[in-house]
Design a protein around this ligand. Structure first.
Ligand code: TXA
Ligand code: MG
Length: 479
């Protein structure tokens, strides 16, 4: 696999972090070690993996390879590293160590009851987790999942502890004896087709909790863990190099727009982590789809009815196209709700303020006529100007996402005494790719007093971006 060299806009960020949202039912740890945060480039590097899914072993060539050893060193010391993924940048640390996980919550001031996604770089690594005992504090973490040599002899060329390897082989044999195919016997069958089709990629799966994953990763509650196998070669190589599954939320300060460039991570978390790896702008731009085809939430009358808990990089339409039971796929809050999920913070972005810049965001939900939406946006600009707002940021969409027809970018007129900063994107996919960076730019560089965003139809890539925008806009969603 070759690392695509993506263009990266180096942005200057000036504003201060906004206050974090708090509630009385959880804690927010803010005490964190201070670091002189370094950024290491990963532009000029070619990473080749030995297999698509089963093994994470890789080789690296090019001039930008220093980050590999440095990541490995920091992560095996249970420190946090800012890593690029194909969705957004993640704040990664050893998922097998409760203290390393606590450092993540502290660094981004994340509410302690909001569970984290655990990232793996191979099926071998994921499977091995089901045979490890609960981690004891201070123990040397195992080296898992690839035949790459571990640091300072940690891996010694072994993919996982011998007992774990033989337990995996036994489980395969047992599965075959019972009429199965012997493939990934630890992973619920319902997920196998999804994994073959969409991993590595922007899809997170709710799986049974392996005993070795500390409760801290789960936000202190529950018996499931959300796992993701990222496609970004830098993320995958970092996981393989340290031989550890990595817990990684988006690397923004809690409540802020997710980071899609290394500079966003530096802006929000400088001094709170030792290292950020810079591989340019993230491709997808919104986070992974969180999919549940395992827990009680994914069952209706005893029958499996999978659900999307958070729309993201893999679309509802993509998943339904798998056929069979995937025809019963539901989207949380669009197709069903659950009182239990509303109370629990497991479902992304439901309990806490999310994705929000300091300036209020107004999102315009499209009607049948694209002209109508720009007229509504212009009217809102005029109203804001009458109320004394002096600088407004606008994100406009040039293509009608539903029809795919070319539609000219809407033109807006600045009212007297009000400056307009207009950015235009070419459709739902481009809006998803750029929205977090644009929100940050308008807020942190341009210091606009309000941000107006032209919404897109909430289908295909539009579903995830409208989900993020309506949360960022809070009560300013205009239909
Ligand atoms: O694309 C992504 O998913 C990025 C990159 C870094 O991989 N990560 C990310 O993590 O978005 P975060 O922490 O910002 O969002 C993870 C969400 C949480 O809000 C949580 O609600 C949900 O995943 N989650 C975690 N564990 C879960 C579980 N066991 N069941 C249901 N939802 C879970
Ligand atoms: Mg996040």
């Amino acid at each position: 696999m070759v690392l695509a060299k993506t263009r990266f806009n180096r942005l200057l960020f000036l504003s201060q972090r906004s206050p974090f949202t708090t509630t009385s039912t959880m804690t927010i740890a803010t005490a964190t070690a201070h670091f002189a945060t370094r950024t290491l480039p990963a532009y000029n590097v070619e990473l080749t993996f030995s297999s698509t899914l089963d093994d994470g072993a890789f080789s690296a060539t090019g001039s930008d390879t220093q980050w590999i050893a440095e990541c490995c060193k920091e992560l095996r010391r249970n420190r946090c590293v800012g890593l690029p993924t194909e969705t957004v940048y993640g704040l990664a640390a050893n998922a097998l160590d409760a203290e390393a996980v606590s450092a993540i919550y502290a660094a981004k001031a994340r509410p302690s009851d909001n569970p984290l996604i655990v990232h793996v770089s191979s099926m071998r690594m994921l499977r091995a987790l089901y045979y490890l005992p609960p981690a004891s504090s201070g123990a040397t973490p195992p080296f898992l999942g690839t035949a790459n040599a571990g640091p300072e002899g940690a891996g010694a060329g072994l993919a996982e502890p011998v007992a774990v390897a033989s337990a995996m082989a036994d489980a395969e044999a047992r599965d075959r004896e019972q009429g199965g195919d012997g493939v990934w016997p630890e992973i619920p069958r319902a997920y196998h087709a999804v994994i073959r089709r969409f991993w590595p990629g922007p899809l997170t799966l709710v799986l049974p909790r392996p005993a070795c994953v500390p409760l801290a990763v789960l936000g202190g509650h529950g018996d499931t863990v959300a796992f993701r196998f990222p496609a970004h070669p830098v993320a995958r190589a970092a996981i393989s190099a340290c031989g550890l599954p990595l817990a990684a939320p988006s690397a923004n300060a809690s409540g802020r727009p997710s980071p899609t460039a290394a500079a966003h991570v530096m802006h929000d978390l400088s001094g709170r982590l030792p290292l950020i790896v810079d591989a340019g702008a993230c491709d997808v731009g919104v986070e992974s789809t969180v999919l549940d085809a395992y827990s009680a939430t994914a069952h209706v009358d005893g029958e499996l009815a999978p659900c999307i808990l958070r729309p993201g990089g893999v679309t509802y339409e993509d998943l339904r196209a798998l056929g069979g039971m995937w025809q019963r796929l539901r989207v949380y809050r669009r197709d069903f709700t659950s009182a239990a999920l509303e109370l629990a913070p497991t479902t992304p972005g439901m309990k806490y303020r999310h994705y929000a810049p300091t300036a209020p965001v107004h999102v315009f939900v499209p009607g049948p006529q694209s002209e109508a939406i720009s007229a509504r946006m212009q009217a809102q600009i005029d109203t804001l100007a009458l109320k004394g707002v002096r600088k407004v940021g606008v994100v406009a969409v040039a293509v009608a996402a539903a029809a795919g027809d070319d539609v000219p970018a809407p033109a807006f007129v600045a009212p007297a005494g009000c400056e307009l900063i207009v950015h235009c994107v070419g459709g739902a996919r481009e809006l998803a790719h750029s929205i977090f960076a644009l929100l940050r730019e308008l807020d942190e560089i341009e210091h606009v007093e309000a941000i107006l965003v032209q919404g897109v139809v909430d289908a295909n890539e539009g579903l995830a971006v409208m989900n993020r925008l309506t949360k960022a806009a809070s009560h300013h969603v205009l239909c």
